[in-house]
Structure formats: structure tokens, C-alpha cells
Design a protein around this ligand. Structure first.
Ligand code: GLP
Length: 242
């Protein structure tokens, strides 16, 4: 595992975007795994800037998002579909039919999870996966206690996760109780992982992750077993003192 220490959120976003773009430029038909939440917003802005400045085309890129809430339609302002369109897809030339986000409105959610895994498989797998870190150690929406063998599945969100995400729902609506998330095994099968960690509120979680004890009670710790993980963390996130 490689740890890149940066000063602040701006630097984290810039360096994260550069790393991701470097990977994309190496590949003919890159498959990227995308995350939502506050953390990658700056990185997405940097990618849009790069696209506008250089004309780098995303026409050959395929993307898979980590997760989506159950019960929110695509055009709901709080859905991750909406977030991705708003923060990235509407501003670059990545064809929408090459972007995958789990369908949280599917009638048969189990079938949707299987379909999602199959779509990933059909592409040959994810080349580079972006991740954020939940304050309770979750990655995607894989909450503490989840099996390291898990595949894409329906997750019941912890109260703490719903509270942490409540600020996104300021324009109305309750944080859904469930979500679909790519599983730990699905994440571990990706070729390269970039984990972004920013802010004082992540300092405890990051120190726990860096301490290295691998446990299903803190799902992110499985990443220590992945062959190619780069963690980019800012000073605030690295500021935990016992
Ligand atoms: C959310 C998302 C994750 C995200 C994490 C951290 O619940 N499902 O994909 O990485 O929690 O979010 P944030 O970046 O807003 O702190």
C-alpha cells in the first residue's frame, strides 16, 4: 500500500485526478469504478477541468458506481444517479449508456445485484477503482460486520451512516434505510484502488485503517490485502491523536 500525504482537500483532489487520468491514458478501453459522497467531488471537478483544457475524450471509458440507495428514482436529486450526472457525466463526453449505477428501483433487487456483477464481468473487470472511507470504516455501503466474501448486494444502512449522509438530503426526503452496494469481493477484484480520505472527521477512521488489523468489523481494512492500493490523505485526516 502506498500512502500519499497531502496538505488539504484541494491538493487531494488534484493529485487524485492526476493519478486517475494517468491510469485512463494507459488503457484503450478503461473501466473505472466511481464513488459518491463529499470526498470525490473535488476530484470530479478536476477531471472536468482536464477534459475541457485538453480535450481528453471519455468516449472509450466505461464506469461502474459503487452503490445506490433503494427507492430513489434516477431523477431524484438525492440519488447517486443524479449526483453522478450532476457532478461528472453531464460535463464530459462519457456516453451515458457506458455508465452503470445500480438500479435502486428494480422490482427484483436480488436479480439487479446479479445483473450488476455480470455487467462488470462482461467488461473484463474494473481497472481502477475510486473509494472513499466511511467514518465507521465502510467502503461503498459495506457496513461493519459484512463478510469479506460479499458480492453486490442489498445493504441495510447503519443509523450512523444515515446520519452522516443526512446533510445531502437538506432539500427534503429521508435518507433511505437500504442501498445496493458492490460487495467487498467485487471491490477486491479491481485492478488498482485509489482511496481518498479528507478531513478531521475521518481522522479516527483513517488511524484505525492504517493500524492494519484486518477485521470485518472495519471493512476498509481488507484493502491491506489488495495488491495495488494508493491512499491519498490530507493533513486533517492524518491528524488523529490518541
Ligand atoms: C457514503 C458512500 C461511500 C462514501 C462514504 C464516505 O456513504 N456510500 O461510497 O465513500 O460514505 O462519504 P463522504 O465522502 O461523504 O465522507
Amino acid at each position: 500500500m502506498k500512502l500519499i500525504k497531502v496538505k488539504n482537500y484541494q491538493e487531494l483532489s488534484k493529485i487524485g485526478a492526476e493519478l486517475l487520468i494517468d491510469e485512463l491514458e494507459k488503457l484503450k478501453r478503461p473501466v473505472i469504478g466511481l464513488a459518491t459522497g463529499s470526498t470525490p467531488e473535488g476530484l470530479y471537478s478536476e477531471i472536468i477541468k482536464y477534459h475541457k483544457k485538453t480535450n481528453y475524450s471519455f468516449k472509450n471509458v466505461v464506469s461502474f458506481n459503487l452503490d445506490e440507495y433503494i427507492g430513489l428514482p434516477e431523477d431524484d436529486i438525492n440519488s447517486y444517479h443524479y449526483y453522478m450526472n450532476d457532478k461528472l457525466f453531464n460535463h464530459i463526453d462519457l456516453p451515458l449508456e457506458q455508465t452503470y449505477v445500480p438500479n435502486g428501483m428494480a422490482e427484483d433487487l436480488e436479480a439487479e445485484c446479479i445483473r450488476y456483477e455480470e455487467e462488470i464481468k462482461k467488461t473484463g473487470g474494473i481497472d481502477v477503482q475510486l473509494l472513499g472511507l466511511g467514518v465507521n470504516g465502510h467502503i461503498g455501503f459495506n457496513e461493519p460486520g459484512i463478510s469479506f466474501k460479499s458480492r453486490t448486494q442489498v445493504i441495510t444502512l447503519n443509523e450512523s451512516t444515515r446520519n452522516a449522509n443526512a446533510h445531502f438530503f437538506s432539500s427534503g426526503g429521508e435518507v433511505p434505510k437500504q442501498a445496493i452496494s458492490m460487495g467487498i469481493k467485487s471491490i477486491m477484484e479491481t485492478n488498482k484502488i485509489i482511496l481518498l480520505v479528507s478531513g478531521k472527521n475521518k481522522a479516527y477512521a483513517l488511524s484505525k485503517f492504517l493500524a492494519g488489523e484486518i477485521t470485518e468489523e472495519f471493512p476498509a481494512t481488507i484493502l491491506h490485502k489488495h495488491k495495488d492500493v494508493t491512499v491519498i490523505a490530507d493533513e486533517a485526516a492524518l491528524s488523529y491523536e490518541k
